[in-house]
Design a protein around this ligand. Structure first.
Ligand code: 5GP
Ligand code: ZN
Length: 136
């Protein structure tokens, strides 16, 4: 289902023009208007799902397969040196448009982009507690 006030629903369904790299009956892949690097693109489902939690599993499979295929194609054409997939869920995680999307971010040596995480150094005990919280 489409959502009337959702900009990505409109873009995905061609109601708002975009620089489209690929489209099929389920998805449209567009260039991001504020690219982190040259070629930064977004995979948009044509139906409205707010985030990964709402995305049905069959859509999830198709989205990841499409991400792999787009990464291969874009790497070949753009000659990038690596690739980030990024997928934000919830404002705290950096999601600004609440229509599920996958970022395709080509990376180039010396592109000056910083997507790296700040890492921590928990003890083995602390890690075991987290594992218990998730799996126990
Ligand atoms: P998020 O922060 O939600 O993971 O990513 C949203 C992305 O959508 C941002 O990278 C932003 O630049 C991009 N974006 C927002 N509005 C538009 C738009 O109207 N057209 C396109 N092509 N990209 C958009
Ligand atoms: Zn939408």
């Amino acid at each position: 289902m489409k959502k009337d006030d959702c900009i990505f629903c409109k873009i995905a369904n061609g109601e708002i023009p975009s620089n489209t790299l690929y489209e099929d009956e389920s998805f449209r892949v567009i260039l991001d208007v504020g690219p982190a690097t040259k070629g930064h693109a977004l995979i948009l489902p044509r139906e409205h799902f707010a985030n990964l939690y709402e995305l049905p599993e069959d859509w999830c499979q198709k989205a990841f397969l499409l991400a792999k295929r787009m990464a291969a194609r874009m790497t070949e054409r753009l000659g990038c040196d690596g690739f980030n997939l990024l997928q934000n869920n919830g404002e705290v995680a950096g999601q600004t448009v609440h229509h599920f999307h996958v970022h395709l971010i080509p990376r180039y040596k010396d592109d000056g982009q910083e997507l790296e995480m700040k890492k921590s150094s928990p003890s083995q005990e602390e890690l075991a507690k987290v594992r218990e919280e998730i799996c126990g």
